[in-house]
Write a protein that binds this ligand. Sequence first.
Ligand SMILES: Nc1ncnc2c1ncn2[C@@H]1O[C@H](COP(=O)(O)OP(=O)(O)O)[C@@H](O)[C@H]1O
Ligand SMILES: [Mg+2]
Length: 95
Amino acid sequence: MTEIISLISRKGGASKSTTAQAMAAGFTAKGYRVLSVDLDGQASLTHITAADYSGRTIFDVMRGACSISEAVQHTGAGDIISANSSLDDVEINGD
Ligand SMILES: Nc1ncnc2c1ncn2[C@@H]1O[C@H](COP(=O)(O)OP(=O)(O)O)[C@@H](O)[C@H]1O
Ligand SMILES: [Mg+2]
């Protein structure tokens, strides 16, 4: 069974990224398969997990440049699809 947990708030500094990383590490340590998806152009979760934000990111998935599986990176605290500042353009254009 797959569970999706979203940590969302417009307020910065509310501990979204920190909590996401802690939950991913905790669930991975318990033996669950975890995929974190960084959906913030600030890319804190990508940074915290030492993932690569210069390669394929969630923005590339959104614009159809690659598949989800092609964007997945493997870390010691589970898998992650990274983000970078290119996501900021999506937010501006999406208003
Ligand atoms: N429980 C906590 N105790 C102390 N500092 C925390 C805690 N959770 C987060 N922080 C710190 O607060 C700052 C903002 O956290 P962050 O997870 O980046 O917030 P957000 O993703 O909501 O913008 C970071 O410097 C982080 O290290
Ligand atoms: Mg954050």
